[in-house]
Design a binder for this molecule. Sequence first.
Ligand code: HEM
Length: 237
Amino acid sequence: MLTFLAYFTVGVFVAGFLWKISVYARTPAPLLIPTTPAPVTRGGVVWRLFREVAFFESLFKADKFLWIAGYLFHAALALVLIRHIRYFCDPLPAIFAHYQIVGILAGIAMVGALGLLLARRFLIDRVRHISSVADHLFLWLLMGIGGTGLVMDFFLRPDIIAIKRAMTTLWTSPSASLSMASPGDVVFIIHILMVAVLLVVFPFSKLMHLGGIFFSPTRNQVDNPREKRHINPWYAD
Ligand code: HEM
């Protein structure tokens, strides 16, 4: 069951992600519309995109509260996912020996940041007005994943050895994992089912900003209309 779930959800995620990226790559950008002040060279664009991805630069200029909550969430998520390597890798590289506490603190920070992002959608009138059901559901889903993770950290310890054995076998020997018993801890099962939902809906949701940011014309275009003629890609049709 776990094997089927894992291969199905990861398959949908990878195929959906690549398909969406290919759609973005083929979508024409008929107008030259970089948000100014914009870089005037390709290297400048790469640097701009790097600052956008690494520091959420334009969000910082636009909305300080959202920047703090959003940045905290994403940074903490990255640290949490790095800690998760221990479930998939045996033996675990020594570099992770002192990392576990960082991951757990990041888990608390991640759930706290999600609380701020949810509060924003409830408490700020103009944000509440434009919030869709999907906006709320993603925050609750991530909250559920993080919350069950913390419950396993602090209250209901799951059988980590069994989980690690199941996860490593999943990708090192899928056929052997078919005949293995799945870990039975209820909180872990809820955690993993919510992760499965997240993976399956990811490519078809706003979470695709993970890949879409690189295809945003306002961010990835060079500001060079005086030096170079921009031809509308639809012009040839
Ligand atoms: C197949 C994928 C995953 C597995 C097998 C897994 C497993 C686990 C386990 C066993 C724990 C308890 C940690 C412990 O007691 O040592 C945990 C904690 C946690 N998980 Fe996951 N998880 C997965 C994916 C995810 C994802 C995608 C997220 C975030 C979106 C996430 C967020 C968390 C958080 C925030 C914690 C608490 C902090 C921590 O222990 O790192 N997990 N996870």
